[in-house]
Write a protein that binds this ligand. Structure first.
Ligand code: AMP
Ligand code: GLY
Length: 427
């Protein structure tokens, strides 16, 4: 079969890499792709929001399956455009992608169906939000309702900070139209875990757990980023947590969406926080996580094309997911200055050393070809994933591999997965 992947980051590189291992897949296209993806797929110069052109391309090339990696096109309704043309596509329709597209919607859904999450209020009037703050407890969490590149969340320690937050989200529109509405919620304390799951509308099959590191600097300092590194599995995601989430979160979310007439097919990414009172949902995403995908897919044994098809056909109940016991750690190599301002166009040294290396993979996030060489073209440049028989070993392997790569002003966090050591020490 021929597959088209829509997106251009490390997640899409990992998706193309995994699809390339499927005996069913004979050709992969990626729009727009990047320099790493170009080694395994034919890159197509179309943007992720060019729905009609992407659908035209898919029709002309007789693409059998299109996989949408990114949130913006999903929330914008790309799946509906493909389906109207009778094209097979993996991802939620617009009316289901709202699970990620509107935090106010997802909070109301959880409240209505008793899915555990932080206490909250939604606001579409900044005056009411400011009045509410006078009686609120601090810290408090402010969230722009819509998509904001993962940056629309402010944790405010004082009334003053929170007032400034309301002003910047709702009045100054720091995150654009995403801030027309806002959620204010209770601040929760606990370890964060991401769980990605395939969903076919009725059945849900969870992949293995992972943990992201969102802040730019060591010790969770610095600004929020798209994600600086991940590890999988999370040792904090115990069988007890899994059993609780299966009963109270995963299937209830799928059933709630179906009951609302918003049948969800695709990936649900559960952003969980493990509080002293049990797991709570921090957020839903309607797509694979980046860089969670870069540690989850290397551990997956299934043919991913088969799982995508089962989701589309509603036959996911016939599939059992299978993951290796091996652990994986991904360290993101970023451009100096990210996430604020950084330069692009620096040549990257060392990539050739990773051709066909078993157990260690370099997923490209922001790279392109320029004058016959691969250069940096984004804030997050590469994701270096390494496997190991334990998390500690995978972590050592990943950091060792980062030393073989170099570009001007390259930086990475040095403590990705450090929590693993904490966990091992307390056992
Ligand atoms: P979100 O995009 O909703 O996942 O929020 C981004 C990050 O903000 C999360 O990964 C958490 O680290 C933090 N966060 C969000 N909501 C809360 C909350 N209610 N309590 C504590 N931290 C939160
Ligand atoms: N790694 C977090 C995300 O993909 O949203």
């Amino acid at each position: 079969m021929k597959v088209l992947v829509v997106g251009s980051g490390g997640r899409e590189h990992a998706l193309c890499w995994k699809l390339a291992q499927s005996p069913r897949v004979e050709k992969i296209y990626c729009a727009p792709g990047n320099a790493g993806i170009a080694q395994i797929a034919e890159c197509v110069p179309l943007g992720p929001m060019e729905f009609e052109k992407l659908a035209d391309f898919s029709g002309e090339k007789h693409v059998d399956l299109t996989v949408i990696g990114m949130d913006d096109p999903l929330v914008g309704g790309i799946v509906d455009v493909f389906e109207e043309r009778g094209l097979r596509v993996f991802g939620p329709r617009k009316n289901a992608a709202i699970l990620e597209g509107s935090k106010a919607f997802s909070k109301d859904l959880m409240k209505k169906y008793g899915i555990p999450t932080a206490a909250y209020e939604n606001f579409d009037d900044p005056k009411k939000a400011l009045a509410y703050l006078e009686k609120a407890k601090f810290p408090i969490v402010l969230k722009a309702d819509g998509l904001a590149l993962g940056k629309g969340v402010l944790i405010c320690n004082t009334l003053e900070e929170a007032k400034d937050g309301v002003k910047s989200i709702m009045e100054d529109k720091q995150f654009g139209a995403a801030g027309n509405r806002m959620v204010m919620e209770e601040f929760l304390v606990g370890r964060e875990v991401s769980v990605l799951a395939f969903v076919d509308g009725r059945t849900i099959r969870c992949m293995t757990s992972a943990q992201d590191h969102k802040r730019a600097l060591d010790g969770d300092q610095g600004l929020n980023t798209g994600g600086m590194g991940t590890f999988s599995p999370s040792p904090f995601y115990t069988q007890e947590v899994d059993a609780f989430c299966k009963e109270h979160i995963y299937q209830p979310t799928v059933d709630a969406m179906a009951a609302e007439g918003r049948e969800f097919k695709g990936i649900i990414f559960f952003g969980l926080i493990l509080t002293a009172d049990g797991p709570r949902v921090l957020e839903y995403n309607a797509r694979f996580g980046d860089p969670e995908t870069q540690v989850v897919l290397p551990r997956m044994r299934n043919d991913i094309a088969e799982v995508f098809e089962a989701c589309i056909d509603g036959t996911l109940d016939q599939i059992e997911l299978d993951f290796t016991q091996d652990a994986a750690v991904c360290v993101v190599l970023a451009s100096g200055g990210y996430p604020v301002s950084y330069k692009k166009g620096y040549p990257i040294a060392g990539l050739e050393k990773f051709q066909d290396r078993e157990g260690c993979y370099v997923f490209h996030a922001g790279t392109k070809w320029e004058n016959g060489e691969i250069v940096t073209s984004g804030g997050r440049v590469l994701g270096v994933t390494a496997m190991g028989s334990t998390l500690t070993e995978a972590r050592a392997n990943a950091y060792q591999a980062t030393k073989e790569l170099a570009f001007t002003d390259m930086f990475c966090r040095s403590d990705i997965g450090k929590a693993i050591d904490e966990c091992a020490a307390s056992e």
